[in-house]
Write a protein that binds this ligand. Structure first.
Ligand code: ZN
Length: 606
């Protein structure tokens, strides 16, 4: 059932107002010019693209009413996220749904409103009238009711309509619903800076108080990493795939995350991670922020435009299964830090340190032997996104191991092509496939990655690809890094005695409660479990603060008795201590690399 003809009837109209900041409520209307004669359905997405979990945003929709012209008409619920206004005889329109949305999710995935800021994704607030997927969209973003918002501005990837100034409340437009849900909106007292990258306007926008924020440095650093990315994908034209780009940022006390969009990203970070005037170094927190921004920006090509076939188009009411998140998230994770190094924002030793940390985090958990990257991608909806105490023993991260596989592929391609080709060539081929296909783009298929690598680079890596992504093998990084003059070494390291000798992790806090029990450790062998509260070791009281010191005095092979509460029952456990800490990886440049190695390293990192 399509919408009525005619330019006005084709338009889908929304209005949203922060109506009650104290109760965290947006007031929303959606109006269709002419409702379906069989009864008009309205649905809200169950998930937001980029975050692979069913979130059932419809649970935050409150008090839905329908108006045919000015007259109230019935509206009924069909399933958890679909409403229906029954057929209205010869009523031609317009039909409006009026409702409230509860917005109190301090993440970049949903909606948030209080007296300091407002933020929303359309997937949380705008019901889609079925049959109107392709209609042009107009959104009135209305100012809050209340004095607190006198200085508020609006930032979004949506285009302002004629008569609305950028960053002002007013009317914004989207080509269709798909574009609408890809343009989150941030409002509040915003710190804002504009910068150009190779001729394309960009802006960084920050909500939340950040004392002495150094916007000039932030803009300059972001511009460098953005330029690296545009030049990677479009070395000839140096053209960005969007007309402008916005980094929307929520600065908070504690928080970290980002969500990618086609011409913007929504980021949440610690305010302390952002640079302040006079800050001399790149702090670990600021590097983390730049890495996050770099990651989400890379997604503007890799996953927002180059997509897995399963996302063409997105099905918003259910899970969209793909076995390729190791490519779309893993490769993006590989390039996010690599491009900071290429942009000169981190030093080479810093970059090697980040790689070593990723090696160690992947190697630390036995789950990588039980789940492949393709399985991890496929089950993201129920496993990676819904982690529990057993996750380290059961799953592998398609981000972290995916990034290591990207590294391995890149190194192998560089060596086997004599330094002439790299993973960058694969990214450019994927990008060319997208730009050449236009409206006919069908996405990337799981089985074609090996062929695409060969087409882009002339190198055949089918067997390695199968072993690393469909199987659970680890690339041989010592051998892969050696031609670049890099030493990959492992050594035993006890970062925590409890982790090493008991094979468990405590929950944060003063109470020594077990958060996770690792495969192959003493705790698991003795039957200790997540949730158990440790009480005593060999008759002495265990506290979170004392456990490591108690274990430092002991050696593998020794037997100890542990008392622990399981639920409310005190149980004894006999443990034989085992050193189960994985070896720690270090990565460093060799003292005297060959000329060939130096050349390979230069090409890779600059
Ligand atoms: Zn990502």
């Amino acid at each position: 059932m399509g919408p009525a003809r005619g330019p006005h009837a084709m338009k889908l109209h929304y209005a949203i107002r922060p109506a009650n900041a104290g109760a965290h409520l947006f007031h929303v209307t959606v109006t269709v010019g002419r409702p379906s004669a069989e009864g008009q359905l309205f649905m809200l997405p169950a998930w937001i693209p980029g975050s692979y979990m069913i979130r059932e945003f419809a649970r935050n929709i409150v008090q839905v009413a329908a108006l045919a012209g000015d007259e109230r008409v019935p509206v009924e619920k069909l399933d958890k996220h679909t409403w229906r206004v029954p057929a209205l005889g010869d009523f031609e329109g317009p039909l409006t749904l009026v409702y409230e949305v509860y917005a109190w999710d301090a993440s970049v995935r949903a909606a948030l409103l209080d007296t300091t800021l407002g933020f929303f994704n359309a997937t949380s607030v705008f019901l889609l009238p079925l049959g109107w997927e392709d209609a042009r969209v107009e959104v009135d973003i209305l100012p809050p009711e209340g004095d607190y918002a006198a200085g508020w501005r609006v930032a979004t990837g949506l285009a302002p309509a004629r008569g609305t100034k950028r960053h002002a409340f007013g009317t914004y437009t989207a080509r269709d619903y798909d574009e609408l849900i890809d343009c989150p909106v941030l409002m509040g007292e915003l710190a804002l800076a504009r910068f150009d990258v190779l001729g394309t306007p960009h802006e960084i926008v920050i909500a939340g108080r950040v004392p002495d924020l150094d916007l000039e440095r932030l803009s300059a650093d972001l511009a460098r990493v953005c330029a690296q990315q545009i030049e990677l994908f479009e070395p000839a034209t140096r053209r960005a795939p969007f007309a402008r780009y916005t980094f929307l940022t929520l600065a908070v006390g504690e928080g970290y995350g980002g969500l990618e969009h086609r011409n913007s990203t929504a980021l949440i970070c610690k305010r302390d991670d952002l640079p302040y005037r006079g800050m001399a170094d790149t702090t670990e927190g600021y590097r983390r922020f730049l890495g996050l921004a770099s990651h989400e920006y890379f997604h503007a090509w890799n996953v927002k435009r180059i997509r897995p076939a399963a996302f063409v188009p997105y099905a918003l009411e259910r899970e969209n299964y793909t076995r390729l998140l190791w490519l779309f998230e893993g490769f993006t994770s590989y390039y996010d830090d690599l491009l900071l190094a290429r942009a000169g924002l981190i030093t080479r030793p810093q970059y090697f340190g980040l790689l070593a940390r990723n090696f160690n985090e992947v190697l630390a958990a036995s789950g990588r032997r039980k789940q492949s990257l393709t399985e991890s991608s496929f089950d993201a909806w129920i496993k990676y996104y819904r982690q529990d105490e057993n996750s380290p023993n059961a799953i592998v991260s398609y981000y972290q191991k995916g990034a290591l596989v990207a590294l391995a592929l890149d190194l192998a391609i560089r060596v086997r092509s004599g330094g002439k080709r790299s993973l960058d060539d694969l990214m450019r081929l994927l990008w060319a496939r997208y730009t050449e296909a236009g409206e006919d783009y069908a996405g990337v298929h799981e089985e074609e990655i090996g062929e695409l690598i060969t087409e882009a680079t002339g190198v055949v890596l089918d067997d390695e690809l199968a072993a690393w992504t469909e199987g659970t093998a680890d690339p041989d990084f010592g051998a892969l890094l050696a031609p670049f003059g890099l030493l990959f070494t492992t050594k035993p390291l006890r970062e925590s005695a409890a982790r090493a000798l008991l094979g468990l992790k405590l929950a944060p806090g003063a109470e020594p409660r077990i958060a996770q029990v690792f495969d192959g450790g003493a705790a698991q062998a003795a039957g200790l479990s997540a949730g158990d509260l440790l009480v005593a070791l060999d008759g002495l009281r265990i506290t979170s603060a004392s456990l490591d010191a108690m274990l430092h005095r002991r050696r593998p092979g020794q037997r100890v008795e542990v008392l622990a509460f399981r639920r409310d029952q005190l149980l004894p456990f006999e443990l034989t201590l085992i050193d189960s800490a994985p070896p720690q990886v270090e990565l460093a440049a060799a003292d005297k690399p060959t000329g060939k190695a130096k050349k390979l390293l230069e090409r890779w990192l600059s």
